[in-house]
Design a protein around this ligand. Sequence first.
Ligand code: PGA
Length: 256
Amino acid sequence: MNKATRKTIIAGNWKMNMTPSAAEAAVKETAALVAGKDGCETVLCVPFVDIHAAVAAAKGTNVKIGAQNVHFEAKGAFTGEIAADMLLECGVEYVIIGHSERRQYFGETDETVNKRTKAALAAGLKVILCLGEVLEERQAGITAEIVSMQTKLDLAGISADDMKNVIIAYEPVWAIGTGLTATPEQAEEVCAIIRGVLADLYGDTVAQATTIQYGGSMNDGNAAELLAKVNVDGGLIGGASLVPAKFAKIVDAAQA
Ligand code: PGA
């Protein structure tokens, strides 16, 4: 096991927060704080309507801009959806797919997550693919089975070559927005399980090269010990990414 074979990525997920003017200010503030911190890739995943302002504010900095979802069709009668080429043309580099809030509140399934991932990769976006168990599954002792199944279903038909543009975010649903962070040992255990599944699917080289983030109440106080784990290659951060000073401290913790 060697972290040097993969990129550490700290990504903020702003969820449904920030108007375009607030986004512009927050991206600028974040970019100023993380300037020169090249020990990790720093990404902010913003609401669709903020993309224009966020991309402009991030220009010339080391902050990359991501979106929070993408549709699987190229265009057509899909009211309210956004296509991959629309995101690309706006300067988006990353897209979150399969976030548990999408799965929980908007009927996202492993099948639609897989379709969206394929469309995003085909268009040239980098995908932050989210998966993780709910509390009942952890209590029933089936976390390994659940995350293994999600990994296989969500990546079905995706080639080893495409995996260089896939980041997995392990996000235990019980830890998201709850203040209940997984312990570093729990995060490490499940990220290692996911890496094992990637090794089965794609071989060891791809598995060792794939960034696997932890997400779920990661903050400036707990990031360092989570990121110290050999299989935890970054974080997907919700609440704490809304405050540039806190988010920048997480980026600092990833420089080691
Ligand atoms: P949180 O959200 O950091 O607010 O728990 C993480 C996420 O949903 O990606």
